[in-house]
Ligand binder design. Structure first.
Ligand SMILES: C[S@@+](CC[C@H](N)C(=O)[O-])C[C@H]1O[C@@H](n2cnc3c(N)ncnc32)[C@H](O)[C@@H]1O
Length: 242
């Protein structure tokens, strides 16, 4: 695995061992293994219902056959997708996240795999009717995130739908960013057990170019709040041309 991706994978494996549910959904009052699992998985049901509702409204409802959840973590969205799709594959870079996803799975329709490669070669071209990725690409160093978006385009079949989120750029001025980074580093050094969440941008013009050159029609790039207040982030809804 290339060095920078390797570092990011190590960081996520540490996060998964330290406080897995909080590393996935960083609600301030849930830090320190305080998420209740039932409540946590309900957030996945709510998010998937909203996403599929939006996909429907925009006329991009796919065949409800096979779906992919890229960067699935402990399967928060994967399990929710499995109530709508025949089969769902969850893939993640962290073996501990995948192990937990298997333990939490109550659906029997999810398959979970570890993937540490900078591609998705474990899946054939056009293998999926629907691919989803939320709260993931923002944590992957940009050149690799670009590669994964290309791969997500490849594994969606003709007529299939792709929905993902990625931050376009940071809002905050450089001076403030430096101060925040130093504060976070100091806090992390004082409390080594806490999880660490690195963030990266994926500029929208690059995303648009990948979609276009991969034969997907961008239905909408919609501003969202997934990446927090400091970032201008978008969800992308696209459909592969038949
Ligand atoms: C904030 S969590 C979000 C999990 C899930 N998408 C959700 O919303 O519940 C980010 C996940 O991305 C995974 N991840 C980070 N880098 C990855 C990579 N290169 N390939 C696959 N997964 C990755 C992490 O291990 C982690 O489980």
């Amino acid at each position: 695995m290339p060095g920078e991706l390797d570092g990011s994978a190590d960081l996520w494996e540490r996060n998964a061992r330290t406080d897995p549910l909080w590393a996935v959904l960083a609600a301030p009052d849930k830090k320190g293994r305080r998420w209740n699992a039932t409540e946590f998985f309900k957030t996945g049901e709510r998010d998937v219902a909203e996403i599929l509702g939006y996909v429907d409204v925009r006329g991009a409802r796919p065949r409800m056959g096979r779906a992919l959840d890229f960067g699935c973590g402990v399967g928060r969205l994967t399990q929710a997708l499995a109530t709508c799709f025949e089969r769902v594959e969850g893939v993640d870079v962290s073996p501990t996240m995948i192990e937990l996803a298997r333990q939490y799975d109550r659906t029997g329709r999810c398959t979970f795999s570890v993937n540490t490669a900078p591609d998705l070669k474990l899946f054939a071209d056009g293998a999926f009717d629907f691919a989803l990725s939320i709260l993931v690409l923002q944590h992957i160093p940009s050149p690799f995130a670009i590669g994964y978006v290309r791969e997500l385009c490849r594994v969606v079949g003709p007529g299939g739908t792709l929905f993902f989120q990625a931050p376009h750029q940071r809002h905050v001025p450089l001076r403030q960013r430096r101060a925040t980074a130093l504060r976070r580093l100091a806090a992390w050094m004082l409390r080594r057990e806490s999880v660490e969440l690195a963030m990266y941008a994926l500029p929208q013009d690059e995303v648009r170019e990948i979609l276009r050159s991969s034969g997907l029609d961008l239905i909408e790039a919609r501003p969202d709040v997934w990446a927090g207040d400091d970032w201008e982030s978008f969800t992308y809804l696209a459909r592969k041309l038949v």
